[in-house]
Design a protein around this ligand. Structure first.
Ligand code: AGP
Length: 607
């Protein structure tokens, strides 16, 4: 999704602005631009396409300056084009924006009536004109932005410069992240720490409604009410290297191979002496787990799939009723919340607009507590949640979520087992579950050795247009995740079904052109699943089975890929890995943009 970088310095900064945009490319975007204050006022360059197109423009023009803003745009209002790319300019003001201004049409009419002309189809341009109008009416840039944001409905992170105040960058946030970076004799604004990691490790996270001014001389922050505010300076533990590609061809492949370490990191310090340390869920966790009578899980996309797996665990192990729901649906219905219900959000980025909105709605409901499983410290979801269990996947750059998903499952398994223990799960099942988690990093490393075999298998999917994924129990959401991976990066239409549902409709689709991928570990549904797979074979379907070594024998399939037997809790995590590898290799062989698939964004900060 969109990315923002702003710098005020005493040296030429265009390379740093552009490097910041390059570090944000992973978020997904379709155009990029930069505006700098020069002796001639504001100069800007914009390009449809990639940051490299902007680099070429900059090389042609030699544009540079000491103060400026830059942006990657993911189109919401208006097609991807140079004219719609940010920064937008109004008179002496130039501005970039992430998010959506919901009342932009009314503001546009108001400004047009006053003679303002619009050169883009974006919602953002109204903001540039509003700041320009306020400044022309006599306000300084900071006050003009404070005045402007009062008129905006929706979500925004904004950065702006003005030729009337060279050396100043101002920013505002509401519903979309914006951070201030602290440098030596220069200061920064960005939508994401990754944009600034080569420049600084010290950040202040702006809060909802904050407006900030950065100059070489310092930083001023004002809260929602306009009062001066102090924000704590935090040191980022991310290194610029963590987002380097290294020896890998794509971030997705790198992140798939990082899973043994990411899972081990997520487990570290959370289990001791064969027991899950309850305090990892918060100081009052023991009472909380005892009081939990139901769980509502809310998330989007891959994180929602993790929630669906957890639903099985929570009900099977803890005997606690659990629902898992897509955030964009939850936020617009009237959920009934029974006493003792825990609200649990799952998010890699911690900035997904629908999940955040659901969390805000949950604050107004009588939930027992709000807990988040998240990968980004200091993200909005983390800060809005009373209890947090961090996944420790490290930065995930590929748009297609991989290590974030498996570490979410690990965190959710820890939670499910701890809740189950509080509800009286017997020693044997509890200890077995914990042991399965402890063995996971080794089992994942073993599955990664199948890479070459799966690469070869992927060749059979190159010319396909559709694929069907089947699973049962916890492996139904794993099948959903496999289908999502395949469709998002290879653009092959893929659907997942609970295998028992096959004969109620989708079986009609099965023929030799519809590959069927079955995830079939040895769990209590294996015999039923085998019968479903027979139904596929009997209709001439081409079946690819990813099975646990204990059930591989006698399975009638075009190809059987054998996975280590890992136990009921570990199995959905283990079975995910070959499906990630399969999508990756299919996408590479089809020549798609694996890390930045078309139309998608890494962090979906708009509704
Ligand atoms: C999956 O590969 C996607 N990246 C997407 O479905 C993602 O999981 C979804 O947008 C939710 O993001 P979040 O985990 O950051 O909230």
């Amino acid at each position: 999704m969109c990315g923002i970088v702003g710098i005020s310095a005493n040296r030429p900064i265009v390379q740093h602005l552009i490097a910041g945009l390059a570090a944000l490319e992973y978020r997904g975007y379709d155009s990029a631009g930069v505006a700098l204050l020069t002796g001639d006022g504001i100069s800007r360059l914009r390009a449809k396409g990639k940051v490299r197109d902007l680099v070429a423009l900059q090389a042609e023009t030699g544009l540079d300056g000491h103060c400026g803003i830059a942006h990657t745009r993911w189109a919401t209002h208006g097609v991807p084009s140079e004219g719609n790319a940010h920064p937008h300019v109004s008179g002496q003001v130039s501005l970039v924006h992430n998010g959506i201004i919901e009342n932009h049409a009314a503001l546009r009419r108001e400004l047009q009536a006053e003679g303002y002309e619009f050169s883009s189809q974006t919602d953002t341009e109204v903001v540039a004109h509003l700041v320009e109008r306020a400044q022309r009416q006599g306000l300084g840039l900071l006050a003009a932005l404070q005045d402007t944001v009062k008129r905006l409905h929706g979500a925004y992170a904004i950065a702006a410069v003005s030729a009337r105040e060279p050396g100043t960058v101002v920013g505002a946030r509401y519903g979309a992240p914006l951070i201030v970076g602290l440098g030596e004799g220069e200061q920064y604004l960005a939508s994401d720490v990754h944009a600034l990691l080569p420049l600084t490790k010290r950040f202040m996270y702006l809060e909802e409604g904050d407006v900030a001014e950065v100059t070489v001389g310092g930083i001023r922050i004002f809260d929602l009410d306009g009062a001066p505010a102090e924000r704590e300076v935090k040191e980022s533990h991310f290194s610029a290297d963590a987002v380097e590609l290294g020896e890998y061809a794509h971030y997705m492949l790198k992140e798939i191979h990082e899973q043994p370490v990411a899972v081990a990191d997520t487990l570290e310090g959370r289990i001791a002496g064969g027991k899950i340390l309850t305090q990892i869920f918060g100081v009052d966790a023991e009472r909380l787990l005892a009081d939990t009578q139901a769980v509502h899980i809310i998330a989007c996309g891959t994180s929602y799939h993790a929630g669906l797996v957890a639903r099985y665990w929570i009900e099977q192990l803890a005997g606690v009723p659990c629902t898992a729901e897509i955030a964009s649906e939850y936020r617009y219905r009237d959920p009934v919340v029974r006493e003792g219900t825990l609200f649990l959000t799952i998010s890699q980025s911690g900035e997904t607009a629908d999940t955040l909105a659901a969390l805000k709605l949950a604050k107004e409901r009588p939930y027992l507590a709000r807990m988040a499983v998240c990968n980004v410290p200091e993200s909005s979801i983390v800060r809005e949640s009373a209890l947090v269990l961090m996944t420790r996947a490290g930065p995930e750059i590929g748009v297609a979520s991989t290590k974030a998903f498996t570490t979410q499952l690990v965190a959710l398994a820890l939670f499910s087992l701890a809740l189950a223990r509080a509800k009286g799960l017997d020693d044997e099942r509890y200890s077995d579950g914990v042991r399965q988690l402890e063995r996971l990093p080794g089992h994942i490393a073993e599955v990664l050795k199948l890479d070459e075999e799966i690469k070869e298998l992927a060749e059979q999917f190159i010319g396909k247009h559709h694929a069907l994924f089947l699973g049962r129990g916890t492996h139904w959401p794993v099948a959903m995740e496999g289908a999502l991976k395949l469709k998002e990066i290879s653009y092959i239409h893929a659907e997942a079904y609970a295998a028992g549902e096959l004969k109620h409709g989708p079986l009609a689709l099965v023929d030799e052109d519809m590959p069927v991928i079955a995830v079939a570990p040895n769990d209590r549904l294996i015999d039923k699943l085998k019968s479903n797979l027979e139904e596929v074979r009997a209709r001439g379907g081409v079946l690819y089975a990813f099975v646990d070594e204990t059930v591989a024998h006698g399975l009638d399939a075009a190809r059987v890929v054998i996975l280590p037997a890992s136990g009921e809790i570990a199995a959905p995590i283990i079975s995910t890995i070959p499906l990630q590898l399969l999508s990756y290799h299919v996408a590479v062989q089809r020549g798609t943009d694996v890390d930045q698939p078309r139309n998608l964004a890494k962090s979906v900060t708009v509704e």
